[in-house]
Design a protein around this ligand. Structure first.
Ligand SMILES: CC(=O)SCCNC(=O)CCNC(=O)[C@H](O)C(C)(C)COP(=O)(O)OP(=O)(O)OC[C@H]1O[C@@H](n2cnc3c(N)ncnc32)[C@H](O)[C@@H]1OP(=O)(O)O
Length: 415
């Protein structure tokens, strides 16, 4: 374990320290919203997995927490996963090793809880690679002009799209049911305590000048909900006319017709000039429905970062797109039990992983294993950047195909 830096001590956190937590949080993430207002909001902070670092005088100067996901989707399976969050160090105590200490404790706690994989959203992409996290999922951000043409999908016209003000009590369970039915690697559902409530909170200071949250709910002829979008409109009156913006916070469709019906309505709201949406999977149906995707000014961002904490358990927990029998030589500077040669015999129905002395086929660091874990980047692409080495000619493409997945990974919300 990395020792706690001199003059500091590691502590567990409980709800009694909410005020200290908000103080460190607002130091780490400057906000115009005061701690008093933040204290009134529902929080999804997983206290059972929250820890921090105190200075000698008892002031909390660093904190972190982990969502204990129990059913996190990865290729072909759902697994326990530690979702790192709320990481912050007081600016007066930074660059003294406090984050390093906290990451060490986080990894130990995750292994103890039986979580072979950890993931996070990074405030800054340059922070977490050194701890063995690899970028595993990207997301698509679009700004779609109002009235953009969409391709037709049979059955879309038969669906009804209801527009309502978001009501947490009424819509929460419906949204949760639709969201958690999605089968996509990385698609974290709000399964941990308070996560759903926090996602529906809509205080004025979240709105940035826009209206309160609205919902577009797609239903079939029987009134069964099949998809939704949470959104706000922001008006903007210009001399040349209204130029409002629709900000879509989350859009989920269970099938193609639902996606077509949903976007057909969102792209045709009066007084709006464009529709902004982010956190879409790179293969989201909207991309293919748009007749002119270039006009939507596509941008790609980093979404989930993944850290393989226990190589044999993590590799055995997911499924593979094709049969594979490969020996991986893995390096891991932070956790030596992961290092060495592992034979993976796997396919669409299961995987076995054993330690071996056999010659390795491919060599890679645990960071690259994290990048390939959700199936969103290929081993071949990583080899192209010199990050995977093919030691036995001819093994790279087969392994690369097996580690891939037909559905692109993404998390639809930042946790
Ligand atoms: C999952 C999440 O919650 S992401 C949110 C992360 N939080 C933030 O960005 C809030 C603002 N920033 C902070 O609170 C702090 O600066 C932190 C948490 C990013 C870093 O905390 P510190 O205690 O200063 O980090 P620590 O001293 O342990 O540094 C560990 C290593 O990370 C590096 N590092 C720290 N911050 C950064 C950064 N922003 N960019 C690049 N490298 C960084 C350090 O240089 C050090 O590298 P080394 O070990 O190779 O020398």
């Amino acid at each position: 374990m990395t020792p706690v830096p001199d003059g500091y001590r590691a502590v567990d956190l409980s709800p009694a320290r909410l005020r200290d937590v908000l103080a460190i949080d607002t130091w780490a993430f400057p906000s115009s919203v005061g701690e008093d207002k933040l204290a009134e909001l529902p929080t999804a902070l997983p206290w059972s997995r929250a820890g921090g670092v105190e200075a000698a005088d008892g002031e909390l100067v660093g904190m972190y927490a982990a969502y204990p996901y129990r059913s996190f989707p990865v290729p072909g399976a759902r697994i326990p996963l530690a979702g790192l969050t709320w990481v912050g160090v007081h600016p007066g105590h930074r660059r003294r090793g406090i984050l390093r200490t906290m990451i060490d404790r986080h990894f130990a706690q995750a292994r103890e809880a039986g979580e072979a994989v950890a993931a996070l959203f990074a405030a800054e992409p340059a922070i977490y690679g050194r701890f063995g996290y690899g970028l595993a999922a990207r997301d698509l951000r679009l700004s779609v002009p109002r009235g953009a043409a969409l391709r037709d999908v049979p059955g879309a016209d038969a669906l009804r799209v209801r527009l309502e003000k978001l009501d947490a009590a009424k819509h929460g369970p419906v949204l949760h049911a639709i969201h958690s039915a999605v089968d996509r690697p990385g698609w974290a559902t709000r399964e941990t305590d308070g996560a759903l409530e926090a996602s529906l909170a809509d205080p004025e200071f979240y709105r940035d000048g826009a209206e309160s949250l609205r919902i577009a709910l797609v239903e079939d002829a029987d009134g069964t909900p099949r998809g939704y979008a949470k959104f706000r409109r922001k008006d903007d009156w210009k001399p040349e006319g209204p130029r409002g913006v629709v900000r879509v916070r989350e859009a989920v469709a269970q099938d193609a017709a639902t996606a077509r019906a949903l976007w057909g309505v969102l792209l045709d709201l009066d007084l709006m000039a464009s529709v902004e949406v982010g956190l879409l999977a790179l293969d989201d149906p909207l991309w293919f429905l748009l007749v002119d995707p270039r006009a939507a000014r596509p941008a790609v961002g980093d979404n989930l970062w993944v850290r393989v904490l226990d190589v044999p358990a993590a590799l055995a927990q997911r499924r593979y797109a094709a049969p594979v029998d490969v020996v991986l030589e893995v390096t891991d500077a932070l956790w030596t039990p992961n290092a060495g040669r592992w034979r993976l015999v796997a396919g669409p129905d299961g995987a076995e992983v054993t330690r071996t002395d056999a010659d390795a086929d491919l060599a890679l660091d645990v960071r690259e294993l994290g990048t390939a874990y959700l199936g969103g980047f290929t081993l071949a692409a990583l080899a192209g950047a010199g990050l995977v080495t093919e030691l036995r000619p001819g093994t790279l493409h087969a392994a690369s195909t097996a580690f891939g997945w037909p559905v692109a990974p993404v998390s639809s919300y930042v946790w």
